[in-house]
Ligand binder design. Structure first.
Ligand SMILES: Cc1ncc(COP(=O)(O)OP(=O)(O)O)c(N)n1
Ligand SMILES: Cc1ncsc1CCOP(=O)(O)O
Ligand SMILES: [Mg+2]
Length: 208
């Protein structure tokens, strides 16, 4: 299993956003600590997801960064990504593990210890845990679990916990203190005028 980077950049493909520009800014700063999760809107076509994933995987390669694909595991296989991420509406974790194979990185979403342990038992190699804080990036999420919710999951499992949801560089210290190995962000890198600087701030908070 490849070692997991600590900064997970989730692509923002909403209108007016430029996920490849953000990626180009983040890669030289975070290098192999960057994990780029290709996440497209639900109404995007598989071809759109594939085209973006191809470009992300190609951009990551020279930096040793990893490319994962959210939800659409056939796209992950098609671009030879390092793995994928699944949640409650996606393939079950055990099925995702079978699809991706034993050596792939497989993330699963969890927000409490029982579900977290079940996901690990089913084959997840890391957990995306949250939402930690309020976010407007995804609608319909349950209430934020905060650092204490992250702690409950981190204490229950032996795989890396990646905190997600409203994460900024300022919130990283409390999440790390709660046991998070890394963080996943959309807005903290996509909505800033200077994504290279924001990447540096996140990396500093993740590695100090
Ligand atoms: C690192 C990470 N954690 C959680 C999620 C959320 O996945 P999911 O619950 O399947 O929701 P969608 O992202 O598919 O809308 C994630 N993508 N990454
Ligand atoms: C996909 C997803 N799942 C839980 S929170 C979230 C979005 C995180 O985006 P942001 O970093 O902008 O809060
Ligand atoms: Mg999903």
């Amino acid at each position: 299993m490849p070692s997991l980077g600590r900064l997970h950049l989730i692509t923002d493909t909403r209108p007016g956003r430029d996920p490849l520009a953000v990626l180009r800014a983040a890669l030289p700063v975070a290098g192999a600590e960057l994990v780029v999760q290709v996440r497209v809107e639900d109404d995007a076509t598989d071809r759109e997801a594939y085209d973006l994933a191809c470009r992300v995987a190609e951009a990551c390669r020279p930096y040793g960064a990893s490319c994962l694909v959210n939800d659409r595991l056939h796209v992950a296989l098609a671009v030879d990504a390092a793995g994928g991420h699944v949640g409650a509406d996606d393939l079950p974790v055990a099925v995702a593990r079978r699809v991706l194979g034993p050596g792939a990185v497989l993330g699963a979403t969890a927000r409490e210890p029982v579900g977290a342990r079940a996901a690990v038992d089913a084959g997840a190699s890391y957990l995306g845990v949250g939402p930690c804080h309020v976010t407007t990036t995804k609608a319909g999420l349950p209430d934020p679990i905060g650092p204490e919710g992250v702690r409950a999951v981190a204490e229950a499992v032996g795989v890396p916990v990646i905190a997600i949801g409203g994460v900024t560089a300022a919130s990283v210290p409390a999440l790390r203190a709660a046991g998070a190995y890394g963080v996943a962000v959309v807005g903290a890198l996509s909505l800033t005028a200077d994504p290279a600087h924001a990447t540096a701030e996140l990396m500093r908070a993740l590695t100090c």
